[in-house]
Ligand binder design. Sequence first.
Ligand code: HEM
Length: 161
Amino acid sequence: MLLHLGRLLQNNSFIVTINEVPVTAAALEIIHYFSMFLVVGPTAMVDLRVLGAADRHHPVAELAERFFPWVWVALAFNALSGFLMFAGNAVAYIPESTFHAKMLVTLLAVVFTLAVQWSVPKWDRLPVIPATAKVVALLSLVLWIGAILAGVEVPALSGIG
Ligand code: HEM
């Protein structure tokens, strides 16, 4: 069933064209990489601030308010470019366990980033950032690094892409 849907997606003329014309195929890769940096960079800044390792001069809520809107816009571009590349070779990606692992790590990273964003106003009102906050921020950071490593490992281990 899923493979059938994947085949339909992969044979769609828009998907075939966007993945086979060199300029659009390269544009997808460039958008995927740049949006990845825009997701992980600012998120890491906020996480490191919560951990007490960066920019102690600014309140954590101020950094979060400034950075998170960009993170979610970048994530939308990242997911869209990723989906279009996935669609170009869907039949190969659907059963691929390294790709499943990348999606799972990315999903968990998003969940922990949302937890940081939602909790920052509360943490900021406390005299000291609590230990649980630091654990959540550390997990967010580690999961985003894991998502990058998983992204690199998908083609390396599976030979797809
Ligand atoms: C959100 C949904 C995402 C989807 C559907 C997706 C899908 C894909 C696909 C299909 C490729 C292979 C492109 C190719 O080389 O032919 C790719 C490459 C890559 N992705 Fe994603 N991706 C997503 C999110 C992410 C995230 C969040 C990160 C890292 C934070 C990431 C990191 C990478 C990297 C580093 C590569 C390049 C791998 C290489 O060629 O060495 N991706 N992605």
